[in-house]
Design a protein around this ligand. Sequence first.
Ligand code: NAP
Length: 206
Amino acid sequence: MKNKKIGIMGGTFDPIHTGHLVVANEVLNFYGLEEIIFIPAGDPPHKKGTMAGSFDRYIMTEMAVLSNHKFKVSDIEIKKEGKSYTLNTLTELTEKYPDAEFYFITGTDAVIELPSWREPQEVLKLCRFVAVSRPGISMDEAAVKISEINKMYNSSIELFQAPMLKISSTDIRQRFKTGKSAKYLLPESVEQYIIKNNLYGSNDLR
Ligand code: NAP
């Protein structure tokens, strides 16, 4: 009998922003989760590279969740050599927390790519999958794609309508690069960390 509900917030977090934090809080409330573990992806299998290194993304994630005792951060993916696969991460977490039911939370655009992940069928057996709506993809469009995936794997991925904060890591990186303010889109501590460490070409903002 699984008696602990744990959310797993998977993403690159390059950088983490207020949109991620709001989504996590909404999912926590809606499903009555005990806690959410943010897991910054180390070396995402499907990407050529991230803009900030895994250590910086991990530190920024730690800073962002500091004030919420229900939000934790795991370095399980960033400390691994080589590619990080969700299957391996969930298998490890299942061993570590045998009593937990996991809710894997990520953006719909990542979920739509699920068929290209390593052993999606097995991944879906290890957790409840929550696809969070993102600005730019309509709920109808996302619902159609997710229902196709559910048919393909006989799964029950759930589509979660989060408050549509139009915040994206891509836009935030672009702002730092072009010297525009990203204030209030991300925690102030994370903003300061980015500027202090010249991440995303933020030199002009000092
Ligand atoms: P990503 O690039 O970080 O994000 C994809 C989209 O989802 C972006 O629009 C992003 O917005 C949004 N997003 C990211 N994390 C979110 C979250 N937790 N809640 C709501 N929206 C979120 O994501 P990714 O790197 O493709 O991967 C997401 C997760 O899937 C990671 O845990 C990754 O390890 C896993 N994954 C596994 C495999 C595999 O095992 N083979 C393959 C692909 C992905 P922002 O840009 O604003 O963050």
